[in-house]
Design a protein around this ligand. Structure first.
Ligand code: HEC
Ligand code: HEC
Length: 207
C-alpha cells in the first residue's frame, strides 16, 4: 500500500513538473521571435492529420468542430492536457492528445494560434442582435468585449454557431465529457433559445 502511494506521489510529481516546464517553454517561446519561427514550422509539420478537421489555417471543416485559428496558445495547450488526463473527453481528441509529445503540443498550439479566423455571417440577423445583448450582459466580462479571450480564457469570436450550441448544452446539462468547468454554473439557467441567439452572434463576431 505504502509503495503504491509512493508510486502515485512520484507519478503525480513528475506530471506536474512536466506541465510546468511545458508552460515555461511555451512562455519562453512566445517571447523569442527566432525560436517562435522554428516552432511554427515544426507545428506545421505536425498538423497533417489535424487539418482534415480543423483546417490547415485553423478554420474548421465542419460546423460542429472548433476553429483553432487565433485561439490563445495557452488555452490550446491546456486543452490537450485536459483531453489527455480525461478531464475533457472526445472520441478522437482524447486518443490524439495522448499521442502528442510535449514538444508537438507546444508547436501546434503556437502554429494554430498564429492563424486568422474567418468569421461567418449569422443566418438570422435579429437572432444575432438578441444574442449580442446576452453576450454583453453575461459573457464579455470573462471572454472580452469582442470575444477575443485571453491567456487561458478561450477566444469565442468567429466560432461556428453549431459548435457553440453543442458546447453550451454540454456545459448546461453537466455532460461528463466536460463537467469540470466554470461554464456549468453560467449556463445552468440558459434556455435553448438564448443559446441559439448567443451562438449566432458569436459566429459573426469579428467580421
Ligand atoms: C476527426 C476530426 C478531428 C481531428 C482529426 C482532430 N480534431 Fe481536434 N477536435 C475535434 C472536435 C470534434 C473537437 C471538439 C471536441 C469537444 O467538443 O470537446 C476538437 C477539439 C480540439 C481542441 C479544443 C479546442 C477548443 O476550442 O476547446 C484542440 C486544441 C484540438 N481539437 C486540436 C487538435 C489537433 C492538434 C489535432 C491533430 C493532432 C486535432 N485536433 C485533430 C475534431 C478533430
Ligand atoms: C466567469 C467567467 C466566464 C463567463 C462569465 C463566461 N465564460 Fe465561457 N468560459 C470561461 C472559462 C474559464 C472557459 C474555459 C474553461 C473550459 O473550457 O471549461 C470557458 C469556456 C467557454 C466555452 C468553450 C470554448 C471552446 O473553445 O470550447 C464556450 C463556448 C463559452 N465559454 C461560452 C460562453 C458564453 C456564450 C458565455 C456567456 C453566456 C460565457 N462563456 C461566459 C469563463 C467564463
Amino acid at each position: 500500500m505504502r509503495t503504491l502511494f509512493l508510486i502515485f506521489l512520484s507519478t503525480f510529481a513528475s506530471f506536474s513538473f512536466a506541465s510546468q516546464t511545458a508552460m515555461q517553454a511555451l512562455n519562453a517561446l512566445l517571447a523569442d521571435p527566432a525560436a517562435q519561427e522554428q516552432a511554427y514550422e515544426a507545428g506545421y509539420e505536425r498538423i497533417t492529420f489535424c487539418k482534415h478537421c480543423h483546417g490547415e489555417d485553423g478554420n474548421s471543416k465542419r460546423k460542429n468542430i472548433p476553429n483553432l485559428a487565433e485561439q490563445n496558445p495557452i488555452y490550446l495547450f491546456k486543452a490537450f492536457e485536459k483531453f489527455a488526463n480525461g478531464e475533457r473527453k472526445d472520441f478522437v481528441m482524447s486518443k490524439l492528445a495522448k499521442n502528442l509529445t510535449l514538444e508537438d503540443r507546444v508547436n501546434i498550439a503556437l502554429y494554430y494560434g498564429k492563424q486568422k479566423v474567418i468569421p461567418q455571417p449569422a443566418e438570422n440577423q435579429s437572432l444575432a442582435a438578441q444574442g449580442q445583448a446576452t453576450f454583453q450582459r453575461v459573457c464579455q466580462g470573462c471572454h472580452g468585449s469582442n470575444g477575443e479571450g485571453k491567456e487561458d480564457m478561450p477566444r469565442l469570436a468567429g466560432q461556428p454557431a453549431d459548435y457553440i450550441i453543442n458546447t453550451l448544452k454540454i456545459f448546461r446539462d453537466k455532460d461528463p465529457s466536460r463537467a469540470v468547468s466554470v461554464m456549468t454554473g453560467i449556463t445552468a439557467q440558459m434556455s435553448d433559445a438564448e443559446i441559439l441567439s448567443v451562438a449566432s452572434y458569436i459566429q459573426e463576431l469579428g467580421l
